[in-house]
Each structure stands twice: as structure tokens, then as C-alpha cells.
Design a protein around this ligand. Structure first.
Ligand code: ADP
Ligand code: MG
Length: 315
């Protein structure tokens, strides 16, 4: 792959990270455009944080190469650190400092002092809607506020690229939505956002995304592309009782490509709507009561479930 690294905020080529004999990042290649919101999706242990740590220059790769803001992830880690903001999974705010004291602390770490620090502090308080809490102890803030403060601290030096590692983990849905609104605001100002999450629904917020599974990228694209490319066939929603028996029965049918539980229904991928009749017949033979079978529009979660099941079968 030959890339003009300046066109991209991030490039990664054949990246591998091993811990002993265990491969946490397995031959990952991707690019992130400037100003993009790029989502890194995957279950716990998929290798998201490890990849981010390599990009931030905290961890050296076992092999492979990459650039961040045009700089080499192996040889120019110190320069990279001045151009990026990093919000780690257990973001490192000082609980016994006030909101403004935390901002000042992180500002000084990044060489932001005096008038510029005052301006950046005002900007962060405004952005995160923390003005009225500026003198509160950080440890006393609710999780949603802490997350916004951590985002502000990661941006005190006006980085070009933000790496956010599960920034919305552990907060309520309203705070998660508010946090995503902040991410949009930041991206509109030209900042590239590389964000990891294990909440599948958050993928819809990203311009483009990669799905990581056991260290490998198993899908890459925009939400629309992923839905189009990977659900080949017809998605049905099936309500039937008992549900587990229905799942097993459908799983054994040759016309059924995928079955997954989706709330109180089963999501079933078949070749065409004409297959509904054979589904009904099979379920009735097994004495399973069918409430409803309806065509459904695939969500990204359907796509991810299908892809992960596919990857598991290949493994
Ligand atoms: N320093 C380390 N030493 C050994 N194994 C590690 C280390 N860091 C991460 N791992 C392992 O690598 C895998 C990927 O971890 P991680 O990148 O944190 O995944 P994610 O962020 O997607 O949950 C996990 O199985 C984890 O246990
Ligand atoms: Mg992680």
C-alpha cells in the first residue's frame, strides 16, 4: 500500500501486536481521512485499546507500520503526542482537584500556559457546559460530567486528532447522546475523531467504521455500505414460542443463513420472502407457536452479528 500520509489523519499497514504468543492485533490495515469520525467497534478483548495505544505512541507494534498526522508511529512518537488528544478507557482525571484545576493541570502537561490556558479553559467550560461547576471537586461530579471534562482535558492543546477509548462506557443513554453531540461539534471544527465503543448502536453515529473481532478487521465502511454489502438476502423478524426451540429449529434449516436473538424476536436471514412458507412449516412440525413473521430492515447490529457469526464459523 503506498499512501501519501498527509492526506490522511491515520494510516495503518499490516499492523501486528503480540503479547508473548498471543496476537492481540492481527494484521490490521486501514486509513482515516482528515475530519472524519471513525468508529472502532468490537467486543471486549477484540484489540481496540491495543490498537489505539500503538497509534498514540504508548505501545510499540510487533510489526507493521503507520502514521498519525503524517508522523511515523514508531520513530516519531514524541511529535505525535503533541498533535493528538487521548482519552483513555479509565480516563485519568484527578478526583481531588476541581474542574478548572484539572484543566490547568492537563494544560501545563501540554505546555499551555497564561493567556492561552485562560482561553482554552473558557472554551472547555463552554463546550462541556461545565461553567457552573467550574469550582466543583471532580470526584463529586456525575459520570456524564466527568466524561465531558475528560474530553475537554484531552483537547486543551487543540489537537488535530482525538483518540477516544470507550468514552461513553458506563453512562446513561441521555449522557451518551449528549456526548455524541459534542463529538459532532468537535468534528465540525475539523478535528479527526477516532473513537472505540462496544455499543453497536453507536456505530450509526460514525462516518465510517471498522468492526474488529479477535484482533482482525472483519468489516470496514460507512454504515450504509455495511448494511448493503453484508445482509445479502432478506431479513425476517420472527416471534415464536418457545424462543430457544424456534432458534434451534430455524438454525437447522438449509434455507436459513443466519439466526440471532434480537430482543423478544428472532432475526432470521433467508434468501427470499418465498422462504417464509418453509420456515412456518418447519416451526409447526416442531409444535412451536408462531405469533408473527415479518420482513425487517437490517440494523447495524444485525450486520455485526452476521459478520461475527460468519467469522466464528471460519475460525
Ligand atoms: N499488556 C498486555 N499483556 C498481555 N495481554 C494483553 C495486554 N494488553 C491487552 N492484552 C490482551 O489483548 C487482547 C485485546 O485487548 P484490548 O486491546 O484491551 O481489547 P479491547 O480494547 O478491544 O477490549 C485481550 O485479550 C487482552 O487481554
Ligand atoms: Mg478497550
Amino acid at each position: 500500500m503506498t499512501l501519501t500520509s498527509n492526506e490522511y489523519a491515520v494510516t495503518i499497514s499490516d499492523l501486528v501486536k503480540k503479547f508473548g504468543s498471543f496476537t492481540a492485533v492481527d494484521d490490521v490495515s486501514l486509513t482515516v481521512g482528515r475530519g472524519e469520525i471513525f468508529g472502532f467497534l468490537g467486543a471486549n478483548g477484540a484489540g481496540k485499546s491495543t490498537t489505539i495505544r500503538i497509534l498514540c505512541g504508548i505501545l510499540a507494534p510487533t510489526s507493521g507500520s503507520g502514521t498519525v498526522a503524517g508522523m511515523d508511529i514508531v520513530r516519531e512518537t514524541e511529535k505525535i503526542k503533541t498533535r493528538i488528544g487521548y482519552m483513555s478507557q479509565r480516563f485519568s482525571l484527578y478526583e481531588d482537584l476541581t474542574v478548572t484545576e484539572n484543566i490547568k493541570f492537563f494544560g501545563e502537561v501540554y505546555g499551555v500556559y497564561g493567556e492561552r490556558l485562560a482561553q482554552r479553559t473558557a472554551w472547555i467550560l463552554e463546550m462541556a457546559n461545565l461553567r457552573e461547576r467550574r469550582d466543583s471537586l471532580t470526584g463529586e461530579l456525575a459520570m456524564g460530567w466527568k466524561q465531558r471534562l475528560a474530553l475537554g482535558c484531552a483537547m486543551v492543546h487543540e489537537p488535530d486528532i482525538l483518540f477516544l477509548d470507550e468514552p461513553t462506557a458506563g453512562v446513561d443513554p441521555a449522557s451518551r447522546r449528549r456526548f455524541w453531540e459534542l463529538i459532532y461539534t468537535v468534528a465540525e471544527q475539523g478535528v479527526t475523531v477516532f473513537v472505540t465503543t462496544h455499543y453497536m448502536d453507536e456505530a450509526e453515529h460514525c462516518d465510517r467504521m471498522a468492526l474488529m473481532h479477535r484482533g482482525r478487521i472483519i468489516a470496514l465502511g460507512t454504515p450504509a455500505e455495511l448494511k448493503e454489502r453484508y445482509i445479502a438476502g432478506t431479513l425476517l423478524e420472527v416471534w415464536a414460542e418457545p424462543m430457544m426451540a424456534a432458534l434451534e429449529c430455524l438454525n437447522s434449516l438449509p434455507v436459513v443463513r443466519e439466526v440471532a436473538m434480537f430482543g423478544s424476536a428472532l432475526h432470521v436471514v433467508v434468501g427470499s420472502l418465498e422462504d417464509v412458507d418453509s420456515l412456518r412449516a418447519a416451526l409447526e412440525t416442531m409444535d412451536i407457536r408462531i405469533e408473527r413473521i415479518e420482513p425487517a430492515r437490517p440494523s447495524l447490529e444485525d450486520v455485526f452479528v452476521a459478520l461475527i457469526e460468519h467469522a466464528e464459523r471460519g475460525a
